[in-house]
Design a binder for this molecule. Structure first.
Ligand code: ATR
Length: 494
C-alpha cells in the first residue's frame, strides 16, 4: 500500500493533494503538525471527507515533524482529533502509557486513550524515528513495539549498504510480525521504499513535498516503479552507483518491463561497498543489475565470467545471474556501435578521432579498434591517451593540438565531460574544423546539444547524440536481464 503524507496547512489543501494522487494511493497520513492552529481544531472531521483510510499523526520536531506545542498539549490535541473516523493513530515509541490518560468532560473518570482507540477498532502505530543511524538493537525494538498488538513503525537512517542489509533482514528475522512499517530514510534508504514489500513492510509513504528525507512522489512510486505491485514472484533488477539517482536507466527498464507484462522492478541502489551489495543481491535474489561510476571496475573480482570486451575495456556495466554465477558484460561497447553499425559494415568509417581517454573513451576506442578502424586519441592528460593508444595500437596526441587533426577523419567521437554541467558553454576542441561530411558522435546526453554538437551540426555533419547510445545500451541490458527484445512500441523518456 502506498500512503500519501499530507503536509498542507489547511484541510482543503490536503483534500486537493488527495484528489491529485487518489489513483496511485491506498491511504493517507494527515500530519496535524503541518496544519495551522485553527484547522487543527476541526481536523477530527477530515476522514469523513476523503473516502480513504487515514492515519492521524502529530509529529514532534525531534522526530522530523513541525509540532511546536508542549508534549502534554500535543497529546491532548491528538486525543481530541482522534475522535474522528481515523483508521490509525500514530503514537511515538517513547510516549508513556501514563501520559495517555485524559480528562474528558463526557466521562467521569480519566479516559485511557489507547484503550479507547482499540475499542473503536482504530489501530495504533507505534513509531520509532532515528535520523542518525539504524539502531543496533532494531529487531528487539520492533518486537517490543509490536508486543501489544500495535503496528510497529521504524523510520531510521541507513548510512551504508550494511545498514540496508539490516533493514531487508527484518523480513526474515521478524516474519511473525505481520503488520509492520519499515522505512529507510535518506539517500541510501530509497531502495527500501521502492522494495518496501521485500523489507516486510505493510506500506510505505510518499509525498509531493519530500515530507521526509527520501520521499518519492506517489506517481513515481506507482507509475514508474509499480512498487505496490511487487510480490513474491517479482524479479528484482537495479543499478548500482554513487551517485546513482541522476541515472535515466529506471526510465528505460521499468516501462519496458511493464510493456511486455514482465513481473519485474528496476531500482537504483546507492552503493558504498560493492562487496556488501553482492551480499544483498544474494539475499534479495537480484536477477541482474547495471553498474555505473565508480563501480564499473570494482565489481570485477565478484564476477565468475566476463566477456572479451569487459577484459579489454577493464569495465563492466551489466551483471546478470547465469547458473548461480555472476556474469559481467559491457553494453556501452555495443550501444556505442549500434547507431554507426551500418556505416562500419559499408566501410564508410575507416579512421576515427576520439576526444578524451577516460572510462567512456575506453569502450569507444576498443569497439572501433576491434572493427578494424584506425583510431587517433586526443586527451588533455597525454599519459592516459598514450596508455590507451598503446593497448589498442592507436595514435595519440594532446588535446591542445586538436586543430592539426582537422578534416582528416571519417568519424569524430567526443567522450569528455566538457559540455556538461559545469562546463555547459565549453567546446573541448575549439580549434578543430569539421569537414562537413564526417559522422560526429557526441557522448554527452545531458544537455542534448552541447557547443560541440551544435558546431558539428552547423558544419553539415551527421551528428549522433549520447541519448541514442544510452538507449541502445539500455535496450541490450534489457535483453540480457529479461531475455526479451526491448518493446519497439514505447519511447522511454531519458
Ligand atoms: P568517463 O567515464 O565519463 O569517461 P572519466 O573516466 O573521468 O569519465 O574521463 C573523463 C574524460 O574527460 C577524460 O578524458 C578527461 O581528461 P583527463 O584525462 O585529461 O582528465 C576529460 N576531461 C574532463 N574535464 C575536462 C576538461 N575540462 N577539458 C578537457 N578534458 C576534460
Amino acid at each position: 500500500m502506498l500512503c500519501l503524507t499530507l503536509t498542507g496547512s489547511t484541510l482543503e489543501e490536503n483534500r486537493c493533494q488527495v484528489e491529485q494522487n487518489r489513483r496511485w494511493i491506498s491511504l493517507v497520513e494527515l500530519r496535524l503538525d503541518h496544519l495551522n492552529a485553527d484547522e487543527q481544531k476541526i481536523a477530527s472531521s477530515f476522514p469523513s471527507t476523503v473516502d480513504l483510510p487515514v492515519i492521524l499523526t502529530f509529529r514532534r520536531t525531534s522526530d522530523g515533524g513541525a509540532c511546536t506545542v508542549g508534549e502534554r498539549e500535543r497529546l491532548q490535541i491528538l486525543y481530541e482529533t482522534a475522535k474522528g473516523d481515523y483508521a490509525y493513530v500514530d503514537i511515538e515509541e517513547d510516549v508513556k502509557r501514563s501520559d495517555l490518560k485524559f480528562k474528558d468532560p463526557l466521562f467521569e473518570q480519566k479516559v485511557d486513550f489507547e484503550r479507547s482507540l482499540r475499542e473503536r477498532g482504530i489501530r495504533i502505530i507505534r513509531s520509532l524515528h532515528d535520523f542518525t543511524c539504524v539502531p543496533a538493537d532494531i529487531y528487539g525494538r520492533i518486537s517490543k513495539l509490536a508486543s501489544k498488538g500495535d503496528i510497529p513503525k521504524v523510520a531510521v537512517t541507513p548510512k551504508s549498504m550494511i545498514d540496508i542489509i539490516c533493514l531487508f533482514r527484518v523480513q526474515t528475522e521478524l516474519s511473525a510480525i505481520k503488520d509492520k512499517i519499515i522505512i529507510g530514510m535518506g539517500e541510501f534508504g530509497i531502495c527500501t521504499r521502492l522494495l518496501y514489500k521485500k523489507c516486510g513492510s505493510t506500506l510505505t509513504f510518499c509525498s509531493d513535498s519530500q515530507a521526509a528525507p527520501g520521499h518519492l512522489s506517489a506517481r513515481t512510486m506507482s507509475e514508474l516503479y509499480r512498487a505496490d505491485k511487487v510480490d513474491e514472484k517479482t524479479h528484482v533488477f537495479g543499478i548500482i552507483g554513487n551517485p546513482v539517482y541522476h541515472t535515466a536507466s529506471p526510465r528505460i527498464h521499468n516501462p519496458g518491463f511493464e510493456a511486455i507484462h514482465y513481473n519485474a522492478i528496476y531500482v537504483p541502489f546507492l552503493v558504498d561497498s560493492v562487496r556488501a551489495f553482492f551480499k544483498l543481491a544474494e539475499m534479495l535474489q537480484i536477477h541482474g543489475f547495471s553498474v555505473t561510476v565508480p563501480h564499473k571496475r570494482n565489481v570485477q573480482p565478484y564476477l565468475g565470467r566476463i566477456t572479451r570486451e569487459v577484459k579489454q575495456i577493464g569495465a563492466c556495466n551489466t551483471v546478470t545471474r547465469i547458473q548461480n554465477m555472476w556474469k559481467g558484460t559491457n553494453t556501452d561497447y555495443y550501444g556505442f556501435l549500434a547507431p554507426i553499425a551500418d556505416d562500419i559494415a559499408q566501410e564508410k568509417i575507416r579512421t576515427a578521432l576520439v576526444i578524451g581517454a577516460g572510462g567512456a573513451s575506453r569502450a569507444v576506442v576498443w569497439a572501433l579498434h576491434n572493427h578494424g578502424i584506425k583510431v587517433t586519441i586526443l586527451n588533455r592528460g597525454v599519459e592516459k591517451a598514450r596508455q590507451l593508444a598503446g593497448e589498442t595500437m592507436s595514435s595519440y596526441d594532446s588535446l591542445e593540438k586538436a586543430g592539426l587533426y582537422s578534416r582528416l577523419f571519417d568519424l569524430v567521437v567526443q567522450t569528455t565531460s566538457v559540455g556538461m554541467e559545469p562546463h555547459l558553454h565549453e567546446d573541448p576542441v575549439p580549434s578543430f574544423i569539421f569537414r562537413g561530411d564526417e559522422i560526429v558522435y557526441e557522448l554527452v546526453y545531458q544537455p542534448r546539444e552541447t557547443p560541440f554538437f551544435r558546431r558539428a551540426t552547423l558544419a553539415g555533419c551527421r551528428v549522433v547524440g549520447g541519448a541514442q547510445m544510452l538507449l541502445e545500451q539500455g535496450k541490450l541490458q534489457f535483453e540480457a536481464f529479461s531475455g526479451y527484445h526491448y518493446p519497439h512500441w514505447i519511447t522511454p523518456e531519458i
